[in-house]
Design a protein around this ligand. Structure first.
Ligand code: GLU
Length: 335
């Protein structure tokens, strides 16, 4: 996981990006970075550790109204200054931030290196910047972005900026969250609403396989194939405290106290499913639980109960590994 933010408008992007990153710090905090377009130059800053480390190296007086930021939780490459995001291409004219994992980055990197691209980090993310540079050479930033995104495998939420078109943020989503905030003469992009909730409540949740062209006074959404999509923004009603920690000291504490409500909400929202589904009439001969982190441990407790009381063999797998397995699952397995 990691936190992404992008801003385009008339306000000071430095402050908006750094504040937004602080609100996203729960999503990742091993390093952070921002890239800003100012006086037709791309200025980049990145630093290992907390957002406050990054804040200390971004000059106060830096004036810019378009930029992107990232707070990282490393998957590829150790958490240090070099691997911190935003990553740039060879020319230093475009920058990207990314949440997720690019699964074919090694193949892409080899191809791009053969074409002369020089890599400076050991992240999977840097391949996006060079691929975009390569694709944009003949097609331009926007068409190049569509074509670069279609070559990526894995999970990603991406935001890119370029000196070629400093009036827009280009975004793409597949299996990692990305939400667009629509303000008055300004637009935001982030992994989660609290990053910009103090500026606007009007949001569009980007869906998988969608690309957005975000300008300060317009948003266009397309499928990866290039087909334009109609969309209606929604107005979120939560306040910042609800959207963040609801007054609790930690997210974990908040989520522990939310459990009774979360279970009740899930059941009431899915009553039909719970009552009508014939799932309870079936005789399953195996149960497969797929989960991550604390849910994985909860799954192990579930295995204990299912096997003790229901006498049904139960397996628990890490969700991140499960897709690479060839599990024995048939029509009588409950997953
Ligand atoms: N895979 C990227 C990296 O290691 C992004 C990680 C993330 O989403 O936190 O830098």
């Amino acid at each position: 996981m990691c936190g992404i933010i992008g801003y385009i408008g008339n306000k000071n992007a430095r402050t908006i990006l750094l504040d937004g990153l602080k609100r996203l710090e729960y999503r990742g905090y091993d390093s952070a970075g921002i890239a800003l377009i100012t006086e037709n130059r791309l200025k980049v800053f990145k630093k290992a550790g907390k957002i406050s480390n990054l804040e200390s190296i971004v000059p106060q007086e830096l004036s810019s109204s378009v930029g992107i930021g990232h707070t990282r939780w490393a998957t590829h490459g150790k958490p240090d200054d070099v691997n911190a995001h935003r990553h740039t291409d060879c020319s230093g004219k475009l920058a990207v931030v990314h949440n997720g994992i690019i699964e074919n980055y090694q193949e892409l990197k080899k191809e791009l290196e053969k074409k002369g691209h020089r890599f400076s980090s050991s992240t999977d993310t840097e391949v996006i910047a060079h691929l975009l540079e390569e694709e944009a050479k003949n097609k331009g930033f926007v068409k190049g972005f569509f074509s670069a995104v279609s070559k990526l495998k894995g999970s990603f939420a991406i935001v890119a900026i370029s000196l070629e078109n400093p009036d827009r943020l280009l975004c793409a989503r597949k299996d990692s969250p990305l939400v667009i905030g629509i303000g008055e003469g300004e637009s935001f992009v982030a992994s989660d609403v609290p990053a910009f909730l103090q500026f606007t409540r009007k949001v569009v949740f980007l869906e998988d396989f969608q690309i957005a062209i975000v300008k300060k006074d317009s948003v266009e959404i397309y499928e990866f194939s290039g087909k334009r999509i109609n969309f209606s923004p929604v107005v979120v009603q939560w306040n910042l405290a609800q959207a963040e920690k609801a007054g609790f000291k930690h997210f974990m504490l908040k989520e522990i106290y939310e459990q009774p409500r979360a279970v009740a909400d899930t059941i009431s929202a899915n009553k039909e499913l719970f009552l009508k589904n014939d799932v309870f009439d079936k005789n399953f001969n195996k149960i497969q639980i797929v989960a991550c982190g604390t849910s994985y441990y909860a799954g192990l407790v579930g295995k204990f109960y299912f096997e003790t009381f229901a006498r049904i063999p139960t397996e628990v797998d890490y969700a991140s590994e499960y897709r690479y397995r060839n599990p024995v699952v048939d029509k009588d397995t409950l997953v």
